[in-house]
Design a protein around this ligand. Structure first.
Ligand code: DAH
Length: 352
């Protein structure tokens, strides 16, 4: 009996040392003290078989063993349970000093950046925004803008005509045929038809021309069209508006100049150059050593265009201008090839 007590005692020591979880310690407790088959109760029940003269020693030793095992088990269980709950708590704690995880944000396309900047600049001057339709009729895209059916200027805007109910090109002077708009100037007509002056509108959107893809050209590109009709509007208003716009978009040190030009829907018409953003007018490879970059077309709205939408040119006058948003993005972000804008290569887009 005494031998068993000694053996169980030392077995317990190593079992206790290797039980390091609350669950393992509980198993140990059942193994030693469980009512059914626990080693300690089993020893107690064997006491009655022990010869009388050894009973006292055996009983003392057994009591001691039980007390020691009980207290050591209790002490370690309490410690391990406390450690486990502390560890769990620290896992649940929110460390408010940790830097926040910033979610991955998308990027705006360079053309979108330019469009939004332009819309902001003109909204601040009181312009309304109206993108207008991309599928358009001959009337709005050409005829009402003073391009007569055989007008040679139509050839400069090689057009995608749409099949649906569309007579052959050049025929029909009504609202047909349908086409993909070649410029955003269609919005001039649509806006003036729907609003009595004074009107101030900026229109940004896609336009289409049957062009080969080159470094500078694409069959789909983006334009912005602005126009204003009011009483007593003259070319000075146009110039001041464009100067303000160019300085806002390309920097306060930008300069502009106007060259006479021709558009069917404006008279007089001009093309506007701005000082090269790369060399500041000194001359460099990008501006062909002229110091200037062509940026937009503009003019005073032709009296016939006003008449076409029922506005009396004796009473009202206005100006209009149009420019390529892709070209602006290429200048502003120094992108040499227009295709870069439409290939949607993430390595490119992530830079903006
Ligand atoms: N619509 C012309 C184009 O696409 C650009 C333009 C020129 C617009 C002169 C205008 C303007 O409003 O006055 O080539």
């Amino acid at each position: 009996m005494l031998d068993d007590i000694t053996r169980i005692s030392s077995e317990f020591d190593s079992a206790l040392a290797s039980a390091n979880t609350a669950a393992a310690l509980d198993d140990l407790r059942v193994h030693y003290f469980g009512r059914k088959g626990g080693l300690i109760p089993a020893l107690f029940s064997r006491l009655k078989e022990v010869p009388k003269e050894q009973k006292k020693d055996a009983g003392d030793a057994l009591n001691k063993l039980r007390d020691r095992l009980e207290s050591e088990l209790k002490e370690k269980s309490e410690r391990v349970t406390a450690e486990e709950s502390a560890r769990k708590q620290s896992r649940d704690i929110i460390d408010v000093t940790l830097p926040a995880r910033i979610p991955h944000l998308g990027h705006l396309h360079p053309v979108t950046i330019i469009r939004r900047e332009m819309e902001t600049i003109f909204s601040e001057m009181g312009y309304s925004l109206d993108p207008g339709p991309e599928v358009e009729s001959d009337w709005y895209n050409f005829e009402a803008l003073n391009f007569t059916p055989d007008h040679p200027a139509r050839d400069t805007q090689d057009t995608f005509f749409l099949d649906a109910d569309a007579p052959p090109r050049g025929e029909g002077s009504g609202r047909l045929p349908y086409l993909l708009r070649t410029h955003t100037s269609n919005v001039q007509i649509r806006s003036m038809e729907n609003h009595t002056p004074p009107v101030k509108v900026l229109s940004c959107g896609r336009v289409y021309r049957r062009d080969e893809i080159t470094m500078r050209r694409s069959p789909m590109f983006h334009q912005a069209e602005g126009f204003l009709v009011d009483k007593g509007i003259h070319i000075g208003h146009l110039r001041a508006t464009l100067e303000h716009f160019i300085k806002r978009l390309f920097g306060a040190d930008s300069k502009m100049r106007m060259r006479p030009s021709f558009f069917p829907f404006t008279e007089p018409s001009a093309e506007v150059d701005m000082s090269c953003v790369f060399c500041k007018g000194a001359g460099c490879g990008t501006c062909s050593h002229t110091g200037w970059m062509e940026i937009l077309g503009c003019g005073m709205i032709h009296p016939q265009v006003l008449r076409n939408v029922g506005i009396d040119p004796e009473e009202w006058s206005g100006f209009a201008f149009g420019l390529g948003l892709d070209r602006c993005a290429m200048i502003k972000f120094d992108i040499p090839n227009i295709r870069t804008l439409f290939e949607n290569d993430l390595r490119v887009l992530q830079q903006f």
